[in-house]
Design a protein around this ligand. Structure first.
Ligand code: ATP
Ligand code: MG
Length: 231
């Protein structure tokens, strides 16, 4: 079992937004280690810096200072091209503002990352069927996004995150818009992926979601104020 290797190491990491509206220190001196195979919940009040942290973990944004080491690689040394490749190959995103393309059916939406990756058509179809089966949406392959429920949209998001076989899944409020029952379904799905070895990081306001996690950290005013709690 690959268990104890760190997948994420952050050392005195800070993020300052500096634009027309002013300067804002969204993250100040964050120190965090996440081990392979972890299921980490990130909690904290609105505006505390959770999404900022997730964007940095997901290589969508760079820290202003400090270190961010992903899979043993210091991300500061990587070009934006290398970052995109790493993002595409290693990380699956389930973000709330996830938009399915309305003119494409579910199959085509999930297939997109593989088209970017130039995977050949027959292999794409096989893989898309496999992940849609995993999230229980095989029968919706031909449906348009506006013909499926909110929970199903979220499951398509997970399928799209899974299609590249990522080693890390980042989910920012994955149950935010869902009713309790559907939220539980999504969390069970993430849990089952975790038990297959995928590292999961979930941002949530929902204390129920924390029960699915192995560890929890709390972000407050740009600082991690609670150490990882081992259950
Ligand atoms: N692109 C940006 N430019 C300037 N300030 C930003 C930017 N993105 C976020 N911020 C600010 O940084 C702080 C942290 O934002 P962030 O989105 O990380 O919070 P959050 O913890 O995810 O909140 P929520 O729970 O509401 O999603 C907020 O005060 C926000 O206004
Ligand atoms: Mg947020």
């Amino acid at each position: 079992m690959k268990q104890n290797k760190p997948i994420i190491e952050m050392k005195d990491l800070a993020k300052r937004y500096d634009d027309d509206a002013g300067v804002y220190d969204a993250l100040k001196k964050v120190n965090l280690t996440v081990l392979e195979g972890d299921f980490l919940a990130i909690m904290g009040p609105s505006g505390s810096g959770k999404s900022t942290l997730m964007n940095i973990i997901g290589l969508l944004d760079r820290p202003t200072s400090g270190k961010f080491i992903l899979n043993g690689v210091d991300t500061e040394t990587l070009s934006s091209k290398q970052l995109s490749k790493l993002r595409r190959d290693k990380i699956g995103f389930v973000f709330q503002n996830f938009n399915l393309l309305p003119r494409l059916n579910i199959m085509q939406n999930v297939e997109l990352p593989l088209i970017y990756k130039k995977v050949k058509s027959s292999e794409r179809k096989r893989k898309v069927r496999e992940v849609l089966r995993q999230v229980g949406l095989e029968d919706k392959i031909k449906s348009r996004p506006n013909r499926i429920s909110g929970g199903q949209v979220q499951r398509v998001a997970i399928a799209r995150a899974l299609v590249n076989s990522p080693s890390l899944i980042l989910a920012d409020e994955p149950t935010g818009n869902l009713d309790t029952k559907t939220g539980i379904e999504i969390m069970n799905l993430l849990k089952s992926l975790n038990s297959q070895g995928v590292t999961i990081i979930v941002v949530t306001h929902n204390p129920e979601v924390v029960h699915y996690a192995k560890n929890t950290v709390l972000v407050r005013d740009g600082l991690l104020t609670e150490k990882e709690v081992k259950k």
